[in-house]
Design a binder for this molecule. Structure first.
Ligand code: IPM
Ligand code: MN
Length: 359
């Protein structure tokens, strides 16, 4: 297969983990006889510095014309504590999602047996937890009408975000939820706040109408506060969870830590144009340039990329190599066991490439 991949390394640890992601992508391509070509493009703080725009038109063109986007992460502390900044790196990510129509964000929450002791939850609660959060990604408060902080007529400072959803937006993401549920354990949990929010009542209404079309799937509804609690009390309850943009943002951070390490979870965003594959974690500016960042979420994003194109064996080989590296204690410092040798971002990536080549 021929694949054109747009590579967006972004900020912080992004370029370092991306180097390993691309190396693994190429190793798999060589092994299976695929022709993968790459085009690198600017985004995030890096793009603001270079061209004044966190998602330049040229980057959009590169993404649009590619078969897939491999994205690392964006964000820079220079912008974090400056609420008055006119442009922010995160706007690049939001622009990418909107312009590529990436309305479905698929975030699997999987546990790795050898890292369960790193989970803040008791072993017996987290062992075997395996669910997918499907987060709506191009609507809700992130994109609804906004007003930045301004002094109103009464002299009081005010600001506004609008949690706006339309029926078609809700319906298409719920259908994605049902499709995933059908491929898994046939259980869909719709997470909302329908006891308070009108937008959530729309979600619930549409879900109740769709449910009879999927009689093989058990649909249940859960308020988001309850879902946040259930995820730590009984994460095995969930199979596929589907929710709006903001709730999904919050719940997937919670989901990623219960597994023991955020550095291991990949995600896929799909929609009307090129799909994007990226780690769940952020740009970790403190780790930049130190060769300590965990490249596994980026590498597993490559597995998701191959799997998206129905290249199952390619994805499986990457997952096998990642599991083998963990089992061999070839791990970055944050998940390394006591007294084991130190491995950096590059060494972990190289070990995995080598495993794939020798297979
Ligand atoms: C995420 C991130 C982004 C989000 C930020 C960086 C804009 O937290 O992908 O979860 O809030 O969607
Ligand atoms: Mn987030």
């Amino acid at each position: 297969m021929k694949l054109r991949v747009a590579v967006l390394p972004g900020d912080g640890i992004g370029p370092e983990i991306m180097e390993q992601g691309v190396a693994v992508c190429s190793a798999v391509a060589r092994k299976f006889g695929h022709e993968v070509s790459y085009e690198t493009a600017l985004c995030g703080a890096h793009a603001i510095d270079e061209v004044g725009d966190p998602f330049p038109e040229e980057t959009f063109r590169v993404c649009r014309d590619a078969d897939a986007v491999l994205f690392a992460c964006v964000g820079d502390p220079r912008f974090d504590n400056d609420p008055t900044a006119k442009v922010r790196p995160e706007q690049g990510l939001l622009a990418m999602r909107k312009k590529l129509g990436l309305y479905a964000n698929i975030r699997p929450v999987e546990t790795f047996e050898c890292l369960i002791h790193k989970s803040p939850l008791k072993d017996e609660i987290v062992r075997g937890a395996d669910f997918i959060c499907i987060r709506e990604l191009t609507g809700g408060m992130y994109f609804g009408r906004k007003q930045e902080p301004t002094i109103n007529a009464e002299g009081v400072e005010e600001a506004l975000d609008t949690n706006y959803y339309t029926r078609p937006e809700v319906e298409r993401i719920l259908r994605v939820g049902y499709q995933y549920a059908r491929q898994r354990r046939h259980h869909l949990t719709v997470v909302d706040k329908a006891n308070v929010l009108a937008s959530s009542r729309l979600w619930r209404k549409v879900a109740q109408e769709l449910a009879p079309e999927y009689p093989d799937v058990e649909t249940d509804f859960m308020y988001v506060d309850n879902a946040a609690m259930r995820m730590i009390q009984d994460p095995k309850f969930f199979d596929v969870m589907v929710t709006e943009n903001t709730f999904g943002d919050i719940l997937t951070d919670e989901g990623s830590v219960i597994t023991g390490s955020m550095g291991l979870l990949p995600s896929a965003s799909t929609g009307t144009s090129t799909p994007v594959f990226e780690p769940i974690h952020g740009s970790w500016p403190q780790g930049k340039g130190l060769n300590i960042a965990n490249p596994l979420a980026q590498i597993l994003s490559v597995a998701m990329l191959y799997e998206y194109f129905e290249l199952k064996a390619e994805g499986a080989l990457i997952r096998e190599a990642v599991n083998a590296s963990l089992a061999a204690n070839v791990r970055t410092p944050e998940i390394q066991v006591a007294d084991a040798p130190r491995y950096g971002t590059r060494e972990v990536g190289a070990w995995i490439v080598d495993y794939i080549e020798k297979k």
